[in-house]
Every structure is written in C-alpha cells, then in structure tokens.
Design a protein around this ligand. Structure first.
Ligand code: PMP
Length: 401
C-alpha cells in the first residue's frame, strides 16, 4: 500500500510548544474565527433568579433550576443533615460499597413519585442515558432516535454499537417507516419528551402507538419535563397518562429537582439488568448520600407543592404572551423558550446587549443546535417575579430582532 503522503512520518514537531498544545491552539483559533469558542463565567452566588457574576447582579434566565429548589432551605437542610451523617464521598461504586440506605430510600421515593415498579439512580442525566442505552441494546439491535435528541442519547446510541436510525424531528410517519423497514434482534425508540433547545413536546401518544404496532421498546428522556409537566410534576408521561405505556422513563435530579444526578424508572428486571450492565454505574463512584437526601426532599416538594408549579406556569404564560405581542412565535409548552437569531456572532452580540441590561441569557450555538439556528435560550423559573419576566421582555424588545 502506498504511504499516505498527507501525514509525513514522523510528524514534524511544532516549534516552541508541546505537540498537544499545538493541536489545541489550531482548533481554538478555528473556533474563534467561527464565533464558536465558549468560555466559563463563574457565579459567585447560589443558583436563583438573581445571581452574582463578575461583580454584577444579573437576572438569571439560563438555569434549569425551574422550581428554584437548588437553593431551597429545606433541600439544603436535608443535604446538610446527610452530609453530617454520611460524610462527603461515597467511597466506591454502588455495586462495591458505595450504596447506602439513603440511596435506597431515594430510589423507593422516586419509584413511588413516578408510579413505577422500580427506579435506578445515576450520577447524571448524561450517565443515565449513555449507560441505559449501552445496557439495553448492542450490535445486533437497532435504535431509532429523534434528530433533535439530547447529546447524551446520541452518545448512548453510539456507545451501544447498535444500528442507529435517526428520524426527522417528531416525524412519527418517518419513524413508522423506519421501524417497518429495519428488522433487528431488539428495536428501541428513544426521544426527549421536552426538547432541550426548543422546549417543544414529542408526539408521545403517536410514538407509543407505533412502538406497540411494531413491537419496539420506548425510552424517553423527561429531563426538562420532570417538575414542570403532569399533575404531580412527574413529566409528560404523567400529563398524557402514559407512564405505564413507556418502557423506560429517565428523569434528572439536576433541573427541577435542583441537585445533581438522574434516574431511570422501569420494571424491576430492566432496572436489575441496567444495574448489572451500565458501565457508568458499574465503573463509577456512587452519588454522595447528601445529594440523595437533597433529592428526596426536592421530590417531596415537587409532588406536594402545587403552588410552586403554578407559579412557574404563570411565568411561562406571561413570557409566552409577551413574546407573541413582540411578534415571536411562542407557545406555553415548557419552561424553555428559544429566540432564534441565526449566526453565532449575532447570538453572542444579542446576549451581550441583554447582559448590559442586567439579564443573563446565554447564546446557544452549534454544535448544541443546528447550523444557522444559534439562539438565545430563555429558561423560566417559579422563582422569577413578574418584574423579572417583564425585564426579559423589555430586553428582547430593545434588541429589535
Ligand atoms: N437529557 C437532556 C434532555 C438534557 O437537557 C440534559 C442536560 N442538559 C441531560 C439529559 C443531561 O443531564 P445532566 O445534566 O444531569 O447530566
């Protein structure tokens, strides 16, 4: 075979810096030139409607803390008590000695909240999606994935090594055609219920129907629906009465529940299989007990404090009506509102202009969203006041988009 002349061997050493540093510098320059380089901006306060950033107090419209529980006194108190009782670290993976009665209690609490036979904790939503997909399907199988699914589902599909069929966003007919023409040992459909960058809902009833018709299993990601949708806050499945019709429901502890971690709800055999197979569970240290105790307190609030969810929905409706009066297309469907501005530089400039008015709204750019759809992504919270919501609308009016 002729040598590949594109890559001289050995590679010439870059001058004056390490090999890896040279790679990084070149890639970073490319990101800067395309307006896609991201930087950290540390907060000097808890999450909440008002946060301290760089010495300024800003109204925060970029947090997934939809119910304002990240800094809730009772959630903090539960975490502090478990911190005292169980220490900081969990010491090992759950299957070694990292499990505790606090973890077990939280799983039982989540299963009762979600009306599920069993629940299983993960360290993050990312780990839950990657681990569950990799545990349930393999090279002889096929996964059918919505084109706008979260990156963690996409990565789970890849790690599973199943055949992956991506269907156009929320296109149930295309999904049905794909199911009809793709035989495999096991077939699994995966979708967000509330899409993270657009805030729209998956057509879940129809998806359940085609899964049943074709003998496929269904895994849904309720990350942005938990605490927001459903009479008790158990997500879109609860709202549509589909809890029992979906094989695996994933929810996060990191958004409405204000903490860190995630869970799947499923039958006991599914939970036991995933516990045995999911690499992010088997090979990673368990969540600290303090975070489990915090989540348990947060689930109690989500399930029983209807006024909190009502406050979030008042804000959602107010913002959505305001957006419409500014000429945007907006529906009160979830706590997420994208305002699409197009090119990344425009989105960054718009975020900067809002920042000058005291509003923290991050620009979301590719690869998180498709090319040409860079956006401001507003996330509402029950902790925002009407005044905060109106400030955001005033800010948007001033942008003249
Ligand atoms: N799924 C969706 C739809 C998400 O938006 C996110 C977080 N942005 C995750 C999963 C991952 O959750 P976590 O942040 O807990 O890892």
């Amino acid at each position: 075979m002729a040598p590949d002349t594109r890559y001289p061997h050995p590679s010439p050493l870059p001058e004056g810096e390490g090999v890896c540093t040279a790679w990084a510098r070149a890639e970073l320059e490319a990101l800067v030139s395309r307006g896609l380089k991201r930087v950290l901006e540390p907060l000097d306060s808890p999450q909440g409607p008002l946060v301290r950033v760089g010495g300024e107090t800003l109204v925060n419209f970029s947090s997934n803390d939809y119910l304002g529980l990240a800094a809730s006194p009772s959630v903090r108190a539960a975490a502090a008590a478990a911190l005292e009782g169980y220490g900081v670290g969990s010491g090992a993976s759950r299957l070694v000695v990292g499990d505790s009665t606090v973890h077990q209690r939280l799983e039982a609490r989540i299963a009762s909240f979600e009306r599920s036979e069993a629940a299983l904790l993960f360290n993050s939503g990312y780990a839950a999606n990657v681990g569950t997909l990799q545990a349930l399907v393999g090279p002889e199988d096929a996964v059918f994935s919505d084109s706008l699914n979260h990156a963690s589902l996409i990565d789970g599909c890849r790690l599973s090594r199943a055949r992956v069929v991506v269907y156009p966003h929320s296109d149930v007919e295309a999904l049905e055609r794909a199911l009809a023409s793709t035989p495999a040992r096991r077939r699994l459909v995966v979708t967000d219920t509330v899409f993270s960058m657009d805030g729209d809902h998956a057509p879940l009833r129809e998806i359940v129907r085609v899964c049943r018709a074709h003998g496929a299993a269904l895994l849904v990601d309720e990350a942005h629906a938990t605490g927001v949708l459903g009479a008790r806050g158990a997500g879109l499945c609860e709202e549509l009465g589909l809890c029992d019709a979906v094989d695996v429901r994933m929810g996060t502890l990191s958004k409405s529940l204000g903490g860190l971690g995630a869970y799947i709800c499923a039958s006991r055999p599914v939970v036991e299989l995933v516990l045995n197979r999911a690499r992010p569970l088997v090979y990673s240290t368990a969540l600290p007990a303090a975070l489990c105790a915090a989540a348990e307190a947060a689930v109690d609030i989500v399930e029983h404090d209807e006024a909190l969810r009502a406050r979030l929905w008042r804000n959602i409706r107010r913002f959505s009506a305001g957006l419409r009066s500014l000429g945007f297309v907006a529906e009160p469907r979830s706590a997420i509102f994208p305002v699409i501005v197009g090119e990344p530089e425009r989105a960054v400039a718009a975020a900067r202009a809002l920042r000058a008015r005291g509003l923290l709204v991050k620009a979301i750019r590719p690869p998180t969203v498709p090319e040409g759809t860079s956006r401001l992504r507003f996330c509402l919270s029950a902790a925002h006041t009407e005044g905060h919501v109106d400030l955001a609308l005033e800010g948007l009016r001033s942008l003249n988009l």
